[in-house]
Write a protein that binds this ligand. Structure first.
Ligand SMILES: [Zn+2]
Ligand SMILES: [Zn+2]
Length: 134
């Protein structure tokens, strides 16, 4: 039974202090390295102005802007994106073909199995408020 071994070595002095600057430099490197992956993507050619959105299908719009030349419909006034014609403000009515009464949206009439009929009426460019509505 020999327990006289002195394991308390005195030779470990200064080693961690020598390691510290190296690890600190590594840390700094790791922090400074990223940044090459953060590339800002340029905006795809969508101008902020002239945001006339094309309407693919009428659902419950009541006022659209229609191109008189090609018939494309847009949600805002402006010019046609296809041919540059000025759009015509158009009122859209949805009517039940059975009783000719207005329904709220295109598609099936809420009162009967028929599909609502879409009626478009060109309106003046500057819509005046309709007086006399109760
Ligand atoms: Zn057009
Ligand atoms: Zn109906």
């Amino acid at each position: 039974m020999n327990i006289g071994q002195n394991a308390l070595g005195a030779g470990s002095r200064g080693t961690w202090a020598a390691m510290w600057p190296a690890s600190a430099a590594l840390l700094l490197l790791a922090v400074a390295l990223p940044g090459c992956g953060a590339r800002s993507k340029p905006a795809a050619g969508t101008p902020a102005t002239a945001a006339a959105n094309e309407i693919q299908e009428l659902t419950n719009q009541t006022l659209i802007y229609e191109c008189p030349r090609c018939g494309m419909m847009f949600s805002a006034a402006g010019t046609c994106t296809m041919d540059g014609d000025s759009l015509v403000a158009t009122r859209v009515d949805y009517l039940c073909p059975a009783d000719q009464k207005p329904v709220e949206h295109s598609g099936r009439c809420p009162r009967c199995p028929m599909n609502a009929r879409v009626e478009k009426t060109a309106v003046a460019a500057a819509p005046a408020p309709t007086p006399g509505t109760p």
